[in-house]
Design a binder for this molecule. Structure first.
Ligand code: UT7
Length: 330
């Protein structure tokens, strides 16, 4: 197949997680749970929680600086900053604008995309469009979330699942065969209230009552999310592979969203991809939402697990419901 338009490639990655570790045993002291339940139902052993005096943009800044360093580029080389997050520092302006100032970037445009756990894939896909269209040459793509600030620490069904983190990738024009071969996004808004934060938005602004009712933290029907997640990620993964004219056997590595080990193993089984090719790091960080894919991608890159020419499949699923997948040749 002849290529008619430029492709975008990941030129560097970086990540950052808070230093404070919260173990399952720590959680068992505050809610009625056990390390055994959390481990067998989710695979999570511990998660990181951001210091009180820090915000999502602080983690994003660290991850971004590391990605730029890995790419051998300066902030001045960037044309755009696109951040996937649902836990920005403020209701507005965007975290991307706050990050832009923290990085000292000039002459860029920056904005957030909110697709919850699929945030990084959405941001990557948008950045890919800008690069491929020729409008920009280099974009910083970030996935960051600090869900610890939106958890009900009395609700054992949700507070055990999430952690904080940030991951970043620098995207630029590819001058060879490397790059994003296909990316696809999908949503089904009829599930909006299956996984959401009830209050704090325009529908139900903060009042004494909403705070007293603990409506500013995550509500989730976990079973429903689980079921739709596996099915949807399998479908969209097959579609992006098909669009890239590849089959599952061509995949060197899968970097899935890290929500639950059982979701990941079920997905791998349905795709007939052996678990040796599937990256799982949720035992260390829990579900870091938009950060989970770029954090895992950065870890495997630093561990030297991605070789030139490798085909890497990314897939995510989260609130919305919003899901997506991308297939990249490194
Ligand atoms: O990124 C996307 C966002 N979220 C997800 O992807 C999450 C998807 N869902 C899941 O990962 C799973 O549904 C959970 C891990 C959230 C729950 O696992 P489950 O196997 O679906 O358990 P369940 O909700 O059906 O609960 C089973 C039992 C219940 O007790 P009863 O009613 O059977 O007596 C719960 O009350 O486990 C109880 N339970 C717990 N027990 C100990 C729920 N949470 C806990 C807990 N410790 N932390």
């Amino acid at each position: 197949m002849t290529r008619t338009e430029p492709r975008s490639a990941i030129l560097g990655t970086g990540s950052a997680v808070p230093s404070a570790v919260v173990t399952n045993d720590d959680l068992a002291k505050i809610v009625d749970t056990t390390d055994e339940w959390i481990t067998t139902r989710t695979g999570i052993k511990e998660r990181r929680v951001l210091e009180e005096d820090k915000a999502a943009s602080d983690l994003a800044r660290l991850a971004s600086e590391r990605a730029l360093e890995n790419a051998g580029l300066e902030v001045a080389d960037l044309d755009a900053i696109i951040v996937g997050t649902c836990t920005a520092d403020y209701q507005f302006p965007s975290l991307a604008c706050v990050l832009e100032a923290k990085l000292g970037a000039k002459d860029v445009f920056s904005f957030d995309v909110n697709a919850a756990c699929s945030g990084f894939l959405n941001a990557l896909s948008v950045a890919d469009m800008f690069v491929r269209s020729g409008r920009i040459r280099k974009a910083l793509v970030v996935g960051t979330d600090v869900l610890s600030r939106f958890l009900d620490w009395q609700d054992r069904s949700t507070c055990i699942l999430f952690g904080d983190g940030a991951g970043a990738a620098v995207l630029g024009v590819s001058d060879d065969d490397r790059g994003i071969l296909s990316a696809r996004l999908q949503t089904d808004g009829s599930y909006a209230e299956t996984l959401y934060v009830r209050a704090g938005g325009s529908k139900r602004p903060a009042t004494v009552e909403t705070v007293e009712n603990r409506e500013h933290s995550i509500f989730m029907n976990g079973k429903e999310v689980f079921k739709v997640a596996v099915r949807s990620m399998e479908e969209i993964s097959r579609r992006v592979l098909g669009e890239a004219e590849l089959c599952v056997e061509d995949v060197s590595l899968v970097v899935p969203h890290q929500a639950n080990r059982r979701i990941i193993t079920a997905l791998a089984a349905r795709l007939c991809i052996p678990m040796e090719k599937v990256i799982v790091n949720l035992h260390k960080y829990g579900n870091t939402s938009a950060a989970s894919i770029p954090v895992a991608l950065d870890e495997v890159r630093r561990e030297g697990r991605i070789a030139a020419g490798d085909i890497v499949l990314l897939n995510a699923f989260g609130a919305g419901f919003a899901w997506g997948a991308a297939v990249i040749r490194f």
